[in-house]
Write a protein that binds this ligand. Structure first.
Ligand code: FE
Length: 338
């Protein structure tokens, strides 16, 4: 009796394992929260017949969940935004290295690690009120600390990953001591205590409540392409400046992901990562969420991205941003950039 039950259990497990290995399913944990990603996933299922089960939540919640689930986690892929966050997942040992010729050929070396890949990039630019600020005064991130801008700078929190990664890049380029001086200078120029997201900063700059701020490009593109006339009108009052064009280039960040070590559907997972590096998916990133494709030479038809023009991007390996993230947060804390 006992033996036959064990046998049944073994048989059942055997069947399940075979079934799950052959199952055309992918379990995706995603911290991307863009409605336009629907089409991106639907297209993958259409091409491969692999059904996507998606769980969306905040970055840190998903990381916690994957850790708690441990070896039993159903997650195959973790997708998120920001280089420092990807690196955190990597540090926790959650990713499995992926060897894929296609991914290595398509994704530039500075936008990947052995364990994760960037699929799109976004730039962190300076936005300035055209009436209040002369564009020549804010050509570099460093200029935001100039006492000339006292009472004119607005910012989101220094603890936000976008600002952590920007500081991480500054540390790499000018060193920790100068980066801290910079942070103190910017804090001394604040028009108000940091609050809100990037879109709030843009709106406050347009309203004249702030003279200058920084923002990710896709928030600007979203307003430029908005169906609401008031959004497009407010963008007429805002100058977009590519910082540091004469030095190390404008800071870029990424969205990306990797395959989890415990992934039950490894084959599907690699297929999905390769799909994200394909022309179709790359175009979705660009046309849908107003990001730049990580893959060079993918044609993009996005009027807002085109209107923003070409720029020199910082070529720092994004993995470096992650390495400096802890030092970056400490600098913001010491400088009182809340
Ligand atoms: Fe964002």
């Amino acid at each position: 009796m006992k033996f036959s039950r064990l046998l049944i259990a073994l048989l059942a497990t055997g069947t399940m394992t075979t079934a799950s290995a052959q199952e055309k399913v992918l379990n995706l944990y995603s911290a991307r929260h863009y409605q336009t990603d629907e089409a991106l996933y639907a297209n993958f299922t259409k091409q491969t017949g692999i059904k996507i089960n998606r769980i969306e939540a905040k970055e840190d919640e998903l990381l916690e969940r994957i850790r708690n689930e441990g070896a039993n986690s159903p997650a195959d892929i973790f997708l998120t935004v920001d280089a420092a966050r990807l690196a955190k997942a990597d540090e926790l040992g959650l990713f499995a290295p992926v060897k894929s010729k296609l991914l290595e050929e398509r994704i530039p070396a500075n936008l990947r690690s052995p364990d994760w890949f960037a699929f799109s990039t976004r730039a962190r630019v300076i936005v300035a009120n055209k009436d209040a600020i002369k564009a020549e005064d804010v050509q570099n991130y460093e200029d935001l600390a100039n006492p000339k801008l006292k009472g004119k700078v607005c910012s989101r929190s220094g603890s936000h990953p976008y600002n952590i990664s920007l500081m991480a890049a500054l540390i790499a380029h000018i060193g920790e001591a100068k980066a801290e001086d910079w942070a103190r200078g910017v804090v001394a120029n604040f028009a108000r205590t940091p609050k809100g997201g990037d879109t709030d900063q843009i709106k406050s700059v347009a309203a004249g409540e702030c003279g200058v701020a920084v923002s990710n490009t896709y928030y600007l593109a979203r307003l430029l392409r908005s169906e609401k006339p008031e959004d497009r009108r407010l963008m007429e009052r805002v100058a977009i400046i590519w910082p540091n064009q004469k030095s190390y280039g404008t800071h870029i960040n990424i969205s990306g992901g990797g395959m989890l070590k415990t992934a039950p559907h490894k084959e599907s997972a690699v297929k999905f990562l390769e799909y994200l590096a394909g022309d179709d998916a790359q175009r979705y990133f660009a046309d849908g969420n107003n990001e730049w494709p990580a893959v060079a030479g993918v044609p993009v038809k996005n009027p807002a991205l085109e209107a923003m023009g070409k720029f020199k991007a910082d070529s720092l390996p994004v993995a470096t941003l992650a390495k400096n993230a802890v030092a970056a947060q400490r600098i913001y804390d010491r400088a009182g950039w809340k």
